[in-house]
Design a protein around this ligand. Structure first.
Ligand code: HEC
Ligand code: HEC
Ligand code: HEC
Ligand code: HEC
Ligand code: HEC
Ligand code: HEC
Ligand code: HEC
Length: 392
């Protein structure tokens, strides 16, 4: 798409409009940059040097490693052009939690820890080395880095700047979106086996990171991570080996959202700038409900929003009721959340451990039931039944 950026201007007769060439060619207006098709055709389109910087010295002396152009995955590179001239893509992304490495994780990374564990989902630098360059990552990969220079979930973490990948779900004619992973995967069959609930290969682009980390109800230190959305959407939860099923697995009614996560979290916006009509919101928040009514499930966007509010209130009330019945947190909570220490955890009855796991499975999904309404209801109902069996 970058290589063809000038062709698209020419197709609408804007191929020599200086106001457009700035972002649709390489180095327009700069010394040695694009001037015209006749004189500098090699610099037509968004070429290598727009992102890698001037590289003549390298070309003249390819053997000298010191002259190799830098590789930088920071979104700042993309913001030169993907800025509000057409759409505020960069600004939208920058306001989200994807734009910063989570505070606690960042501290561990620069201290020389956690690159292989936490970094796999929280660090764009780790993902670049591990999944793009396909190199082994040492745990201390980011030791000593400037914390402000760490890369999080950057544009280039989700997009391949170099190539079409054919991984978008039915993109409009002429587009590709250059996604690194499939936007939509065939809906996975639910599984309770830890090696599967934690396996990114089962999930779509978002599910590369938004999946379970393998904690089961036998753990006492902390609940499931906040990243379990893909599993909740599929309607599954991890079980300890030979543990019996706590709640039957249940495929979400939202399995048919055409673009899966993207349907609700990256709504297309209709904008006045018709030369570049595509704009999927990169704020990742659910803020537009037109997609919910587009395939006739909720009759109107307003109705969809009201349905959501009612469901979330119901699920929140269910969670509050479970917490109230569990009673004093000092008697049942995880160690990390103010509960007993490891020795005290051993004394908590299994049924209570199962109930608190189910409670957090619903809570830490973060959608208050929207990802899989019937599954959320079943979990809350089953947790209530288990509590009754203990007399609480
Ligand atoms: C010099 C300006 C410039 C820079 C820098 C730039 N882009 Fe682009 N990008 C464009 C233009 C112009 C297009 C549209 C090409 C077309 O459709 O004619 C585009 C298209 C794209 C597309 C394809 C969209 C589609 O509709 O299929 C993606 C994805 C993309 N850019 C991502 C990036 C990323 C990631 C970076 C940073 C690593 C980046 N771009 C840096 C100008 C730029
Ligand atoms: C600040 C940088 C910038 C400038 C200036 C700019 N563009 Fe773009 N243009 C982009 C980027 C980035 C894309 C691709 C992503 C997008 O649409 O946001 C793009 C995409 C396009 C597309 C492809 C639209 C599509 O959906 O297939 C057209 C056509 C286009 N621009 C026309 C123009 C015209 C005409 C001008 C001058 C009036 C212009 N652009 C000026 C950055 C720019
Ligand atoms: C839109 C921005 C952009 C453009 C244009 C671009 N690159 Fe890149 N390039 C990147 C980013 C970001 C990375 C790191 C992510 C990746 O490897 O995909 C990268 C990585 C690379 C790497 C891998 C380096 C390594 O250490 O593994 C090479 C080689 C490279 N680019 C060469 C090129 C060449 C040659 C061109 C022109 C044909 C080009 N790039 C055009 C942004 C760009
Ligand atoms: C499987 C991918 C993955 C791994 C591995 C992972 N995280 Fe996360 N983490 C996420 C996602 C996704 C979110 C955001 C979920 C949300 O916003 O609802 C998140 C959120 C967080 C948060 C903010 C929410 C909170 O709990 O307060 C913290 C802190 C955090 N992670 C710390 C860590 C640490 C520390 C590690 C390593 C021990 C780690 N994460 C490993 C994917 C992961
Ligand atoms: C490379 C890993 C990764 C990928 C891919 C990813 N996320 Fe995230 N996401 C995270 C992490 C890490 C956080 C949490 C950061 C924190 O809490 O500090 C997060 C947070 C979020 C949040 C809550 C934060 C906010 O600012 O609203 C939403 C919503 C979200 N992601 C949606 C998505 C969607 C939708 C996709 C797919 C289009 C996606 N994510 C792809 C890692 C990822
Ligand atoms: C049917 C629409 C829909 C689908 C499909 C969907 N989500 Fe959500 N998601 C929501 C809603 C609604 C919320 C709650 C947002 C709110 O209350 O503001 C939410 C919440 C979240 C949150 C927590 C946000 C936060 O602020 O912590 C994350 C992360 C998230 N979704 C990621 C995903 C991922 C990943 C997928 C795909 C596996 C997905 N969602 C699929 C509608 C959807
Ligand atoms: C968490 C993953 C993720 C991140 C981070 C991300 N994108 Fe995207 N982007 C997507 C997905 C998914 C689509 C396709 C949406 C659709 O199908 O409608 C998309 C679409 C696009 C498009 C197509 C045109 C449009 O306006 O929607 C462009 C251009 C683009 N992204 C550029 C960027 C840039 C620039 C950044 C960084 C500021 C960025 N993306 C960050 C996932 C991501």
């Amino acid at each position: 798409m970058h290589a063809k950026a000038l062709d698209n201007l020419e197709a609408i007769d804007q191929g020599s409009n200086p106001a457009c060439l700035l972002c649709h060619t390489t180095g327009f207006g700069q010394e040695g940059g694009f001037v015209s098709r006749n004189t500098t055709n090699a610099l037509a389109g968004v070429g290598c040097e727009t992102c890698h910087g001037p590289s003549r010295d390298h070309v003249e002396n390819v053997a000298d490693a010191a002259l190799r152009p830098p590789v930088n995955i920071s979104s700042d590179i993309c913001s030169q052009c993907h800025n509000p001239f057409h759409h505020a893509l960069f600004g939208e992304w920058q306001a989200t939690l994807h734009a910063v490495v989570t505070e606690h994780v960042a501290e561990e990374l620069v201290a020389g820890e956690a690159a292989t564990s936490c970094g796999t989902c929280h660090s764009g630098d780790v993902r670049q080395r591990r999944f793009v360059q396909n190199e082994a990552v040492p745990d201390n990969m980011l030791e000593g880095r400037d914390i402000a220079q760490l890369n999080a979930i950057e544009c280039a973490t989700c997009h391949d700047p170099h190539a079409r990948t054919n991984r978008a779900f039915l993109p409009p004619e002429g587009h590709d979106f250059q996604l690194r992973y499939a936007e939509v995967v065939p809906f996975p069959t639910a599984s309770n086996v830890v090696s599967e609930t934690t396996d990114p290969a089962r999930f779509n682009l978002c599910g590369q990171c938004h999946h379970d980390r393998g904690t089961t109800w036998v753990s006492g230190s902390r609940p499931s991570h906040h990243s379990i959305q893909s599993n909740f959407y599929v309607g599954e939860m991890p079980l300890p080996p030979d543990g019996s099923v706590l709640v039957p697995n249940q495929r979400t009614v939202h399995a048919f959202a055409p673009k899966q996560c993207v349907t609700c979290h990256m709504q297309r916006e209709v904008e006045e700038d018709v030369v570049s009509a595509i704009h999927a919101n990169h704020g990742f928040a659910v803020q537009d409900f037109t997609g919910c009514s587009s395939i006739g499930c909720h009759p109107t966007p307003e109705g969809a929003q009201a349905d959501m509010a009612a469901l979330q209130a119901e699920v929140q009330a269910g969670l509050d009721a479970i917490a109230a019945r569990l009673g004093d947190p000092a008697t049942w909570e995880y160690t990390s959340a103010g509960g007993p220490d490891a020795a005290g955890q051993a004394a908590i009855p299994d049924v209570v451990k199962q109930v608190r796991f189910m409670y957090y499975w619903v809570l830490n999904d973060g959608s208050l039931g929207v990802h899989n309404p019937e599954y959320a209801r079943s979990i809350l109902t089953q947790a209530g039944i288990l509590l009754t069996s203990t007399g609480k």
